[in-house]
Design a protein around this ligand. Structure first.
Ligand SMILES: Nc1ncnc2c1ncn2[C@@H]1O[C@H](COP(=O)(O)OP(=O)(O)OP(=O)(O)O)[C@@H](O)[C@H]1O
Ligand SMILES: [Mg+2]
Length: 377
């Protein structure tokens, strides 16, 4: 029988396609350290969603994934799959697929035998195993490699075998912990595209852990950003980038210009380094921390350059700046700046059509109040 990737996906994902909702309610994991590894997080992952757990090293991503898998026990809280509490269900009975950074294939087994392993464990009839293995190898584009041993494959191919093995038994969801972490940059982006395609074709829920913000932005339907055992913000990549609620989120995703405002809620305007700036109420994050300590965040692409104050449109917020360096990025240039009297580091993007800038140039930079964000600092 011949299978296209599409029919392979339909079969491989036939039960998963309905999708599994994963729900974490007030989940805490305390290893008895100074601070819980996971600290009262609640998160609902939608059926079929690609959810990424993103955050710095030690922020609790792997621990959360292990709690979902059942490899760690909860200190507090519940985890449910499609509304059924599985907090006390052992890992093998949760029926979840797992993929790690180190592919952990059996070196003495062939590709086909490695992929067949979870089906043998489930005592599936031989013929059905052969059919499923062929389909899933097609899905990960390794047809014809059935009889190779892992040592005969590249790192990227080995990781595809591991991926095939993780989805061949039609798990309720796939949990991936930095699966591309060991691969070089080019291979990494090729496999990102593969994982995105396979997610689309299989249609099951994926929970993907990474500390790489670019990878998270590329792959995810939504991102849960972890900070010190807590979830800082959850949203689409676009929401997190365009509407960060805290300085942590703004700094973790992309570049930003940050003006710290100190204590107090921002009113209709604020003063920073002698400059008076307008505030658009729609850009003030609802985060409760904004009332205690806030900052203005402006993305480099929203900052415009003027030769002097007279060129700044009315209603814009402006500050004088000195060009510290110019980075050539191909389609645009980045000016590295020091801004205001205190020389705050900043950056802006300019098109190559917009004249030449040299180190030491004194300029004025400006942006619209609507394109800044007031976040909790
Ligand atoms: N089995 C364990 N025993 C004790 N402490 C642990 C254990 N596992 C994790 N921790 C601690 O829990 C915290 C969170 O660890 P975790 O592995 O979840 O972080 P992570 O976000 O996955 O980090 P990384 O990006 O480095 O993989 C860390 O402080 C870690 O030292
Ligand atoms: Mg980890």
């Amino acid at each position: 029988m011949t299978t296209t990737p599409e029919t392979a996906a339909r079969t491989a994902g036939s039960s998963a396609r309905s999708g599994t909702e994963i729900r974490l309610d007030h989940v805490t994991k305390d290893f008895g350290l100074a601070h819980p590894a996971v600290d009262d997080i609640s998160l609902t992952i939608q059926p079929g969603e690609f959810m990424t757990l993103l955050g710095p090293s030690g922020s609790g991503k792997t621990t959360t994934l292990n709690l979902i898998a059942g490899f760690e026990t909860l200190t507090v809280g519940t985890i449910s799959l499609n509304g059924t509490d599985v907090s006390d269900v052992p890992p093998h009975r949760r029926n979840l697929g797992m993929l790690f950074q180190n592919y952990a294939l059996f070196p003495h087994l062939t590709v086909a035998q490695n992929v067949a392993y979870p089906l043998r464990e489930r005592k599936m009839p031989k013929q059905e195993i052969a059919r499923k293995v062929a389909e899933v190898l097609e899905l990960v584009q390794l047809t014809g490699r059935d009889d190779h041993h892992p040592s005969q494959l590249s790192g990227g191919q080995q990781q595809r075998v591991a991926l095939a093995r993780a989805i061949v038994f039609e798990p309720r969801a796939l949990l991936l912990d930095e699966p591309l972490g060991a691969l070089d940059r080019n291979l990494r982006s090729a496999l990102q595209a593969e994982i995105r395609r396979i997610h689309r074709e299989v249609g099951s829920t994926f929970v993907f852990v990474t500390h790489d913000q670019e990878e998270a932005m590329n792959l995810s339907d939504r991102i849960a950003l972890f900070n010190n055992g807590r979830i800082e913000q959850v949203g689409t990549p676009q929401q997190l980038y365009a509407s960060p609620e805290t300085l942590f989120t703004a700094r973790f995703l992309g570049d930003s210009n940050v003006f710290e405002l100190g204590q107090g809620a921002p009113g209709g305007s604020v003063v920073w380094d002698g400059e008076t700036w307008g505030i658009d109420p729609a850009t003030v994050s609802p985060h409760p921390g904004v009332r205690a300590n806030s900052a203005i965040v402006v993305r480099p692409e929203d900052v415009e350059v003027a030769a002097g104050r007279d060129e700044v449109p009315s209603g814009a917020n402006a500050v004088r700046a000195t060009v510290r360096d110019v980075e050539y990025m191909g389609s645009y240039r980045t000016l590295l700046l020091s801004m205001g009297e205190r020389g705050l580091p900043g950056r802006t993007r300019v098109s190559p059509l917009r004249g030449d800038y040299a180190i030491g140039d004194r300029i004025v930079v400006w942006w619209r109040p609507a394109s800044q964000r007031i976040v909790a600092a």
